[in-house]
Design a protein around this ligand. Structure first.
Ligand code: KIV
Length: 264
């Protein structure tokens, strides 16, 4: 049985933590699914950790559809959430609904995620009215990196914190089924979590959120360009992979592979 929006709210009510990770391809999505992670986000972070871009801005609808389709195919239990890429929902609510619809209809996502607060409420309402579950995303919103001037802690100053709190409530009122809180102080995330009926899913937002999300490539040690303070590396797969590849190269060069066991 797939994890659904009902399970999201049930977990919030029960005080059980929600888990979410990114995945962009078949092998990793199937492992994340098998590990019992509740939600898989086909995040626009794929721009940085998969495509090697400097920001999330270049990702297109076609690319998110391509990756979401693969992730949907690879999973049985996790809810698949597709990130709406930069400029796929900002221009008008009509475009937002059309693009959200494509992610459901062509890529089999079960929900979509949009960055922003009060400025995208019309889009959140319209997508919700089209019967598509929406997950909000406030605090540090990487698609606003140019305006924010970098990937910095948000909500440090009282007026900024007030605005983020208000945005969370507005997203809930507009129909969002959950909201991602990125890189804000733990106490602010706690206040928001306590004020909402829908769950909060934190990334760099401390321990009081209803759930936690990380970028899979960060958690597994597969992204070496930079590691934000909030990332815990649960493995160093890059090192393991390098070791295996060096051993293969060495054995081929020395004529040790293939041996009798691996030949006909
Ligand atoms: O794109 C992404 O991976 C995200 C997470 C950081 C929440 O939006």
């Amino acid at each position: 049985m797939r994890f659904t929006v009902i399970d999201l709210l049930t977990k919030k009510k029960q005080g059980s933590k929600i888990t979410m990770l990114t995945a962009y391809d078949y092998p990793f999505a199937s492992i994340v699914d098998e590990a019992g992670i509740d939600m898989i986000l086909v995040g626009d972070s794929l721009s940085m950790v998969f495509q090697g871009n400097e920001s999330t801005l270049p990702v297109t609808m076609e690319e998110i559809i391509y990756h979401t389709k693969i992730v949907s195919k690879a999973t049985k239990r996790a809810m698949v959430v597709a990130d709406m890429p930069f400029m796929s929902y900002q221009i008008s609510k009509e475009e937002a609904v059309r693009n959200a619809g494509r992610l459901i209809k062509e890529a089999y996502a079960q929900a979509v995620k949009l960055e922003g607060g009060r400025e995208i409420l019309n889009q959140v309402k319209a997508i919700t009215e089209a019967e598509i579950p929406v997950i909000g995303h406030i605090g540090l919103t990487p698609q606003a990196v140019l305006r924010m001037g970098g990937y910095k802690l948000q909500g440090k100053h009282p007026e900024q914190a007030k605005r983020i709190k208000e945005d969370a409530l507005m997203l809930q009122d507009a129909g969002a089924v959950a909201v991602v809180l990125e890189v804000i102080p733990s106490e602010l995330a706690k206040e928001i979590t306590e004020s909402l009926e829908i769950p909060t899913i934190g990334i760099g937002a401390g321990p009081f959120c209803d759930g936690q999300v990380l970028v899979l490539h960060d958690l597994l040690g597969l992204f070496e360009k930079f590691t934000p303070k909030f990332v815990k590396k649960y493995a160093n797969l890059r090192e393991h992979i390098l070791k295996a590849l060096n051993q293969f190269r060495d054995e081929v060069e020395k004529g040790l592979f293939p041996d009798k066991e691996h030949s006909f």
